[in-house]
Design a protein around this ligand. Structure first.
Ligand code: ATP
Ligand code: MG
Length: 445
């Protein structure tokens, strides 16, 4: 049992920035501004329908935590005393679309006017078989809270916005402390993914050093990471790496040997720190929105082999793996004296997005001082320069007398290089003319 914490809003240093107010009777309420989503008529209707006359339903987890911290809320999870079959029946009879997405764990996804909400019935552990808990549905909010991982993730909000805190989550949230519910060692032994979640939540919501007890338990039990599937590792790490403080947290994970349990290579955390700083200097509209792959590429230093290894350990999509490898390989062609002309050549070869990626990765090198200074301008330029198309194609060359086959491909490659060398000024006829035997330039093969 965790010790019951008394939330102390008034004396918390972070109090002014919070999305919660205390009523004279001591009850805590989300402010209408922090929880505008509570007024969403689809959510309100769903909560009313599932609760009926005899059940309870509350928003839980990330939505409440983020509202409290004044952060954006992406998805809304709900917990209810109603059993899954009751949730299904009530939702259906109110014209909503319930989908039994995880019925064994008590989860029904209810689609209301095209918006999905995850509704999960309260659960309690009744016995454990080795490491697996047998779960049954329950009606005890405190038991449900204690099954969750961290105090900040076990906050509930009622339909009218009252915050229910059964584990001391409010004060931890406001003091930006990630604390396991109950004994960290016990909770990690139940699910080793919680090691990675501890670091992920610290990177996003924590401040200062991680909670000492939690960190010590993560280090002591790090061997358990080997039992996790690549998918679960990948999902957590992708969220961790995009956090603002990812490099500070990954540094701790590297120093404590935890990062090595995930991927066996020397992670270049300093390069990621430089990337985080460089991204922060870019104009908002130039910052890549989907930059997890880019951050992982920085972490791989200059090693495409490390990127391939990481992609496998995290079961990344082929698209993300290819993007990482391309950024690393292409970055090796980017010198510290990179200018707009060099960017034009990169865009021609690799397209706008890959050019931006490789510029960022190249600028992560500790010696790339000149490039770092010019980076914002070059990134803006890389985004705006329209990729030129070689004005010669295979048919032109065959008409010109080349035999269809490998010669055509080789000539196209040669002409591409010559076109780059001319800074895209040669037109079709002048390019083809360079293939003539008496041309001063002999095609390379
Ligand atoms: P976000 O979706 O913003 O990343 P979240 O808090 O919603 O954050 P999820 O991973 O979506 O995180 O999980 C939803 C909730 O389920 C958590 O807030 C937590 O209460 C509980 N939870 C999820 N995974 C675990 C776990 N491995 N162990 C214990 N509780 C968990
Ligand atoms: Mg979530």
């Amino acid at each position: 049992m965790p010790s019951p914490h008394q939330p102390s809003l008034s004396d918390s240093p972070a109090a002014p920035a919070t999305g919660v107010t205390r009523a004279p009777d001591g009850h805590l309420w989300l402010t209408p501004r922090s929880a505008a989503w509570l007024a969403d008529r689809r959510l309100a209707k769903l909560m009313r329908v599932v609760a009926g006359e005899d059940e309870e339903i509350r928003v839980v987890g990330g939505a409440v935590r983020n509202a409290l911290l004044g952060r954006t809320v992406s998805d809304i999870d709900l917990a209810t005393t109603a059993t899954p079959d009751v949730v299904m029946a009530r939702a259906k009879s109110a014209g909503m679309k319930p989908v039994p997405t995880g019925i064994d764990h008590g989860t029904v996804t209810v689609v209301v006017d095209a918006h999905p909400f995850e509704v999960t019935t309260l659960r309690e552990d009744v016995e454990t078989h080795g490491r697996r808990a047998t779960v049954r549905f329950g009606r005890d909010w405190s038991a449900d809270a204690r099954r969750r991982d961290f105090t900040i993730n076990a906050l509930y909000a009622t339909a009218d916005g009252e915050v229910v805190d059964l584990v001391g989550g409010i004060s931890d949230c406001l003091e930006r402390r990630i604390r396991f519910i109950g004994s960290p060692q016990d909770r990690i032994r139940e699910d080793y993914l919680r090691i990675l979640r501890f670091f992920r939540f610290h990177a996003i919501y924590g401040d200062g050093q991680p909670d000492a007890g939690g960190l010590a338990a993560c280090i002591a039990l790090a061997d358990g990471i080997a039992t996790l599937s690549a998918e679960r590792i990948g999902q957590e790490m992708l969220k961790l790496v995009v956090a603002e403080a990812s490099n500070r947290v990954l540094q701790i994970m590297a120093e404590t040997g935890i990062l090595r349990r995930i991927a066996d290579f020397d992670a270049d955390v300093a390069a990621l720190a430089r990337l985080n700083a460089l991204l922060g200097q870019l104009p908002a509209e130039m910052r890549p929105t989907d930059d997890a792959g880019l951050r992982l590429a920085a972490l791989c230093g200059e090693s495409a082999a490390a990127a391939l290894h990481l992609a496998e350990r995290m079961r990344l999509s082929n698209a993300m793996r290819d993007r990482m490898v391309a950024a690393i390989d292409l970055s090796k062609t980017v010198g510290d004296d990179c200018d707009e002309r060099a960017v034009r050549a990169l865009v021609f070869k690799a397209g706008n997005q890959r050019t931006r990626d490789c510029l960022l990765v190249a600028a992560c090198r500790p010696t790339a001082e000149k490039l770092q200074l010019r980076l914002p301008d070059l990134i803006v330029y890389a985004a705006s320069f329209q990729r030129p198309h070689l004005p010669v194609n295979g048919r032109d060359l065959i008409r010109h007398g080349l035999v269809p086959g490998p010669d055509v491909g080789a000539a196209i490659a040669t002409l591409s290089e010559r076109w780059i060398d001319s800074d895209f000024t040669l037109d079709r006829d002048r390019l083809i003319a360079t293939l003539a035997p008496d041309s001063p330039i002999v095609p390379r093969r």
